[in-house]
Structures are given as C-alpha cells and as structure tokens.
Design a protein. Structure first.
Length: 248
C-alpha cells in the first residue's frame, strides 16, 4: 500500500493524537481555499485517530449563509473574517488560524504572460484582456473593490466571468472561459491547463487568513478540536506551505 507524504510525516504525531479523543465522525464544512492541504492531511488524521471525517465543500460566502441559517457541523474552515462574524452571532467558537493565503493571477497554458509586477501593470493587463474571471469569494470581492478604486469598473464589469457553483477560477481559465483570472494562490496551483503568473504585487496584495472553528452546537467537539491540533501541528506546516499558504 502506498504511504503518502503526509501519512509518513504524521506517524509519530498520529500516535500521540490517537488517544486524545474517542473515535467518531467529524463533520467539517470547508472553503475550497484550504482544499489542497486538507485533502492530503485529513486521511493521515483518520488513520492515526480512527476518526472518520465527513467533508462538505462549500464556498466561503455560502458557509456563512448556511451556518447563519441554522445548519450545524462539528468544524468550519473559512476566512477569519467569516468566522469572526459567526462567532459574534454565537454560531462558532473563536477561530484558530490555519494558513495565510495571498491572491494570485493565472492565464491559460500557452497564452501570453502579461506583466503583473505592479498594481499599474495588473490594471493594464485586466484592461487588455478580453475576459476576466473573478471568484465569488474573498479574492473576487477584494479585487472588485480595487477595480472600483481604479475607476475602471465600467470597462471590466461587462467582461467579468464568474465561476459556476463549485467551479474554480483555474478551471474557467483552462476551458477557455476567460483570458485571465484572479483567485487565492492555494486555489490556482493545483489546476492543470493554466499558467500561474504569481501573486498580486505588494501594492495591491491582500492576505486572507483561513481559520478553523468548532461549532457551538457540534456533536463531536472533541474530535473537531483534535483535527484542529493536527492541522496546526508543526509537522503540518510543510504541507500547508507547498499548497500556497503560509502556516498559522
């Protein structure tokens, strides 16, 4: 049987965690921004602790809406701002940071690579593109604000493409649905058929912190807390980092 990098990495820490909580099912609602690290780390956690993790992949804004509406999970992983909002409403416990996520830019594989070395260069690239893909999540909301500040919304909005539910910006670009796209780096790196140009330049970059929080009505709060400890352990850091986030 093939042993994954994460499984080997967590051999010792898994043994330490195994007795930390009674095995059971942990229901987790997760933003796709943390997907690549999550899908590598969680199977190792399951093997080490004998817990079973049931995952719901939900967009950041939809997580907020669903939890506000009364849906209950054991653990939620989404933007720090979203967790803060839900904590104030009594839905979630305070969040624990998992990773700091910058915003990146991509084009279709083989397409010309526009200059994105400065805010002005990105502005020119967006104006020159025939179509621009923006997410419905934190990166899309933020860049829409930047475009408004630049005074070019009238030029960009008519050619803006939004992904379908569950679709990544990279997938839109890869299938030719947009010429250039912007999304969290962690959501671009694993997509085939695109060229990742790099992060937004410092003068217009925004870092989003993605955190984990136990639901105040969780059925398995101990299991959720054990999973948080696993995802924030020192051994998890290299996995988080290689997927485009800075741990913590």
């Amino acid at each position: 049987m093939r042993v994954t990098t994460a499984a080997a990495m967590f051999g010792l820490s898994g043994l330490l965690l195994a007795g930390a909580t009674q095995a059971g099912e942990i229901t987790v609602m997760v933003s796709p921004a943390f997907k690549e690290a999550y899908v590598e780390l969680v199977p190792a956690f399951e093997r080490a602790t004998e817990n079973k993790v049931a995952t719901l992949w939900v967009g950041n804004g939809a997580i907020i809406t669903r939890l506000k509406g009364g849906e209950t999970v054991d653990l939620a992983i989404l933007s720090e701002d979203g967790i803060d909002e839900l904590t104030k409403l009594g839905k979630l416990a305070p969040g624990v940071p998992l990773g700091k996520s910058p915003i990146g830019v991509a084009v279709r594989a083989g397409a010309p690579k526009p200059d994105i070395s400065s805010g002005e260069a990105v502005k020119r690239a967006l104006l020159a593109a025939k179509s621009v893909a923006l997410s419905n999540g934190p990166s899309g909301v933020y860049l829409s604000g930047v475009i408004q500040k630049w005074g070019i919304a009238g030029d960009i909005t008519p050619k803006t493409v939004r992904p379908a539910t569950g679709e990544m910006i990279g997938d839109v670009i890869a299938r030719g649905g947009a010429e250039i796209g912007v999304q969290q780096v962690s959501e671009l790196l694993a997509i085939k058929g695109i060229t990742y140009l790099g992060p937004l330049p410092p003068d217009i970059q925004q870092i989003t912190v993605f955190s984990a929080a136990v639901h105040n009505s969780a059925k398995n709060p101990d299991g959720a807390k054990a999973l948080i400890r696993f995802l924030t352990s020192p051994q998890a850091a290299p996995v988080v980092r290689k997927t485009g986030m800075e741990p913590g």
